[in-house]
Write a protein that binds this ligand. Structure first.
Ligand code: HEC
Ligand code: HEC
Ligand code: HEC
Ligand code: HEC
Length: 224
């Protein structure tokens, strides 16, 4: 969908009656409203979407983002390999990944919904070290994000690596995982912030986009 088109869809959803709005999110730890099932939730706020989206005065227009963004300018990122084993740092998080990090880097209060105000929380005011949801600002031990998938398949020539990358057109055509409009993988390639259908403790992580872990990894990688 184009940015404009789904902005319109989002506006329609935010304007819909409360019951219709809540969809899959309400049953997940991303429901931070008073009806939320998780340990962290508001004592008073009843709107589920408000923690991330606002219908007016958005901090970012797509996807009508409401939550205050993190001010962290530089995260520690993992190295990626390009061409014949040349290592370089992955890009800094951008796009949807930056939206996730507005809560998950632990620097911004969960109830800080920018111009829409400050919502008081119970359980925790922000994600802190030791919490399941805490990633912090050192992402060097995590999968690279905000990275454009190479058009061809340079990696196939590099026999020194364990995991090859499939050509990007194959990944797109299959559509098992989502790349953003710039062809980058983001947190949302592996996690769907709106639905936690497949979670299976010890097997399938929360907010996973496919029924199994393997389906996601093998959408892009080939083992050899
Ligand atoms: C915990 C944060 C969070 C909550 C709560 C949340 N969203 Fe989102 N939403 C996101 C993120 C992040 C994106 C961007 C996804 C992307 O770019 O792939 C998004 C994108 C969207 C989009 C654009 C289409 C898409 O899926 O990319 C729509 C529509 C949407 N949200 C509707 C809602 C509605 C309606 C609610 C309340 C029921 C809601 N969201 C609650 C985080 C959230
Ligand atoms: C408004 C704040 C907020 C935003 C934005 C947000 N999350 Fe979360 N997320 C939370 C909270 C709170 C929890 C519960 C964490 C806890 O209990 O430690 C959570 C839990 C999770 C978990 C489960 C952790 C576990 O194993 O229990 C995952 C995975 C996750 N979020 C991914 C994402 C991704 C990916 C995005 C962006 C697409 C995102 N979140 C955006 C607040 C947010
Ligand atoms: C390549 C797929 C992939 C991408 C991309 C990805 N994750 Fe995850 N995530 C996982 C897996 C797999 C787990 C399960 C725990 C593990 O094995 O580390 C996980 C676990 C988590 C957890 C639970 C805490 C933990 O470390 O176990 C959170 C929170 C989370 N992810 C958020 C994010 C955010 C935010 C982003 C973007 C900055 C992101 N993830 C990008 C695959 C991914
Ligand atoms: C959307 C495609 C995509 C998905 C899905 C994906 N990856 Fe990756 N992965 C990449 C890209 C791109 C790189 C960076 C490759 C490079 O170094 O240039 C990478 C790098 C890696 C690396 C580092 C390899 C190296 O040679 O440096 C590991 C390990 C890895 N991924 C594991 C996983 C696992 C495990 C999963 C599933 C949980 C997964 N990936 C899902 C695209 C993906």
């Amino acid at each position: 969908m184009t940015g404009r088109c789904w902005t319109a869809a989002l506006l329609a959803l935010l304007a819909a009656p409360l019951g219709a709005q809540q969809g899959g999110v309400s049953a997940t730890p991303h429901n931070l409203s008073a009806s939320g099932p998780g340990e962290i939730k508001s004592t008073e706020e009843t709107q589920v979407c408000k923690f991330c989206h606002v219908p007016h005065d958005a901090t970012e227009n797509t996807p009508l983002w409401g939550h205050a963004l993190s001010k962290v300018a530089s995260y520690s990122v993992p190295d990626v390999v390009r061409g014949q084993g040349r290592r370089q740092p992955a890009p800094q998080p951008d796009g949807a990944s930056r939206l996730c990090l507005s809560c998950h880097d632990g620097t911004v209060a969960l109830g800080d919904v920018g111009r829409a105000g400050a919502i008081r929380m119970s359980g925790a005011q922000r994600l802190e070290r030791g919490r399941k949801g805490y990633l912090g600002t050192d992402l060097s031990g995590s999968h690279p994000v905000s990275i454009e998938l190479p058009e061809g398949d340079a990696s196939r020539a590099d026999a020194g690596r364990d995991m090859g990358l499939r050509p990007v057109h194959e990944i797109r055509n299959e559509g098992l995982v989502k790349l953003d409009a710039q062809g980058k993988m983001q947190c949302t390639t592996c996690h769907d912030p709106h639905a936690d259908r497949y979670h299976d403790p010890g097997r399938v992580p929360r907010f996973w986009v496919r029924p199994t872990v393997g389906e996601v990894c093998l959408a892009c990688h080939e083992l050899r």
